[in-house]
Each structure stands twice: as structure tokens, then as C-alpha cells.
Design a protein around this ligand. Structure first.
Ligand code: UDP
Ligand code: MG
Length: 326
């Protein structure tokens, strides 16, 4: 689907971002005007219930063409990006968030690295403007995913990233439903580099990730790309079994020397409750893997396209079907 005429596609997922769209498009239009060659902006509306789509359609760009992909329902940030990938035609592709946390002004620097021949350009957020618990959790996840993908990147969570056409095609060929684009890219990419980019607080509106969605996303990342959670549980099991063995030997020796012990029943209960907890946790974790496998096996489409508008959606071009698509 690469169209040599289009040099750069910028892909952005939008979910209830009406407050950010006008400013986002204005800044993009200004920045992309400085880039040589035709540029296309691919905006994916991920089932927004506010005026996001109307805001996009009202915008008159100067320097870029706009493709608006409307999804029939909310498919999640990463699936929305994949929907955008399947519609974009640029030789190079850059993704970013719509809330202006990733400044659009950084796009030319990412493009520069893609032109230097890297298959993936990762980014590290300088002075990341997110709450401390999220930053700490990200640090652990980054370490684990780096180990799993074999690419030592420092910030898998930053969505301002660049991909070569080949990398985008390789990602589109992966059928998984639960995915995490930056990690998926590293799983298929040959070469990569990393640059520092600035990071702002969300311009308007609220994060689309409450604690539940954030946990699910990080589970997707950990379970989709590593088996570390299972290995950890196995290690806990092994250590527990060894401790249990040592404790049994101690009790046998104690019984021989001092006779049977009758006290300490409640301590035993406490210990038992702890291990029952660990067992249920392990069972839940295995269940999470199984649920994801079941979801993948069912093979339902990861997103449903309601409509694709080229030229910013002001004029639906003839012959563009409103088809559902995998
Ligand atoms: N987003 C999306 N679908 C979703 C959730 C988020 O398309 O189900 C988009 C959202 O509009 C934004 C980007 O993904 O452009 C990142 O979302 P957000 O800023 O809420 O995430 P955070 O910065 O809190 O990680
Ligand atoms: Mg954000």
C-alpha cells in the first residue's frame, strides 16, 4: 500500500479529544509545512462520543492531506493505530498522541532518523509529565520488555515514534488482538535508534486510562511479549516448596527431640492463608494467559472501520466503502 508519492504519514488515534483537536491540527499543519514532499495525516477516531469527528472535518489544512478513519466502536489505542497503519501510504510513518503530550514540533527530528535508515526510531521523554507511580511502573516494564525484545530501549511507553514502511507492513502482518505497538515494532524491526523528545502535561481533557485499563494494557505488554510473569510465579513456587521442605525437616527433628507440637495453630493459619493467596494469584495469572489465548483463537476483528474519509472528511470520496475490515 506504500505510495512513493507520499513521503510521510502521521498517524494519530483520537478518543474523545474534542478539546485538543483544533490546537493539535493547527500545530501539525504548521510543523508539517516545513517538511519536503507530500505529507498525509491519518486520524483514527476510536469510537469517540463527543465532537472529535466534527472538529476534524471542520479543519482546513494548508500543508497536508487528511485521512479520517472512523471506527465503529472503541477498539483501544493500539488497535486504533493499527487501523491507521492499514490506511496510511507514506514511505515513513510517525505516530503520536492527540493530547499534545508529544509536541508535534518534534516530528521532523524523528523523520531525520528514519531517513538515516533506521527501521524504528524510539523516543525517550525528557522530564516526563506523568504521575510518579506511573513513571516507576514504566521503569520496571521497560527493563523487562527490553530484555524480551532484545532491543534495549528506555521508554516503550512514549508513543511519538517513527517506523519505516517495511516495519509497518511487518506489524500489519501480525494478527494479534492484544498488542502494544512500540514493543511489536521492536519484535519485527532490524535496526533501531532512540532520541530524546520533550513531553508536556496533557493539554486538555482527562487520560483515557483509568487504573483498570492501564493494568490491562501493561498485562498485554508483559504477556504478549514475555513469559516473565509465568517464570516469576514458577520461582515463587520453587522457593515456597524449598522452604516447606526445610520447615518439615525442622518439625520432624523437633518432634523427635521435644515431642509433638500443639501450639501455634493460628500462626499456621496465617502462613496457610498467605500461601493460599499466592496459589490463587498464580491461578489468576495462568487464567489471564488463557483468556488472551482464547480471545486470539476466536479471531474476531480487532477493529471495525465504519468509514474512511480522505481529504479531511469534508467530502466523502465516491467509491470509498464503509466496510468492516480486519
Ligand atoms: N486513545 C484511543 N483509544 C483509547 C484510549 C486512548 O485512541 O481507547 C488515544 C487518545 O485519544 C490519545 C492516546 O490514545 O490520543 C493516548 O491516550 P491518553 O493520553 O489518554 O493516554 P496517557 O497519556 O494517559 O497514557
Ligand atoms: Mg496522554
Amino acid at each position: 500500500m506504500a505510495d512513493d508519492a507520499i513521503r510521510l504519514s502521521v498517524v494519530i488515534p483520537l478518543y474523545n479529544e474534542e478539546e485538543n483537536v483544533p490546537e493539535l491540527l493547527r500545530r501539525l499543519d504548521e510543523t508539517l509545512a516545513t517538511i519536503q514532499g507530500p505529507v498525509e495525516l491519518v486520524l483514527v477516531d476510536d469510537g469517540s462520543r463527543d465532537r472529535t469527528v466534527e472538529q476534524v472535518r471542520a479543519f482546513e489544512p494548508r500543508s497536508m492531506s487528511i485521512v479520517l478513519v472512523e471506527l465503529a466502536r472503541n477498539a483501544g489505542q493500539h488497535n486504533a493505530i493499527l487501523a491507521g497503519f492499514s490506511q496510511c501510504r507514506g514511505q515513513y510513518v510517525v505516530t503520536l498522541d492527540a493530547d499534545l503530550q508529544n509536541p508535534p514540533e518534534e516530528i521532523p527530528r524523528v523523520l531525520e532518523q528514519l531517513e538515516a535508515g533506521y527501521a524504528v526510531v524510539g523516543t525517550v521523554r525528557r522530564d516526563r509529565n506523568d504521575p510518579l507511580p506511573r513513571r516507576l511502573a514504566s521503569r520496571v516494564v521497560n527493563k523487562l520488555v527490553s530484555r524480551a525484545t532484545g532491543h534495549d530501549l528506555h521508554d516503550y511507553g512514549c508513543m511519538l515514534r517513527g517506523y519505516s514502511r517495511e516495519t509497518v507492513q511487518a506489524m500489519l502482518a501480525c494478527p494479534e488482538r492484544h498488542t502494544f505497538i512500540p514493543a511489536l515494532a521492536m519484535a519485527v524491526a532490524g535496526s533501531s535508534t532512540e532520541i530524546e523528545v520533550s513531553h508536556a502535561p496533557r493539554a486538555a481533557g482527562q487520560s483515557k486510562y483509568d487504573l483498570g485499563r492501564l493494568l490491562r494494557l501493561n498485562f498485554d505488554l508483559m504477556m504478549g511479549f514475555t513469559s516473565i510473569p509465568l517464570e516469576l510465579v514458577s520461582c515463587v513456587g520453587l522457593v515456597t516448596a524449598l522452604l516447606g521442605l526445610v520447615f518439615s525437616v525442622f518439625l520432624i527433628v523437633r518432634r523427635i527431640v521435644h515431642g509433638p507440637e500443639v501450639e501455634g495453630v493460628f500462626t499456621l493459619f496465617a502462613i496457610l492463608f498467605f500461601f493460599i493467596g499466592v496459589q490463587i494469584l498464580a491461578l489468576g495469572l495462568v487464567g489471564e494467559y488463557i483468556a488472551r489465548m482464547y480471545d486470539e483463537i476466536r479471531g474476531r476483528p480487532r477493529y471495525l472501520v465504519r468509514r474512511v474519509y480522505r481529504n479531511g472528511g469534508r467530502r466523502p470520496p465516491p467509491g470509498v466503502p464503509a466496510e468492516g475490515e480486519d
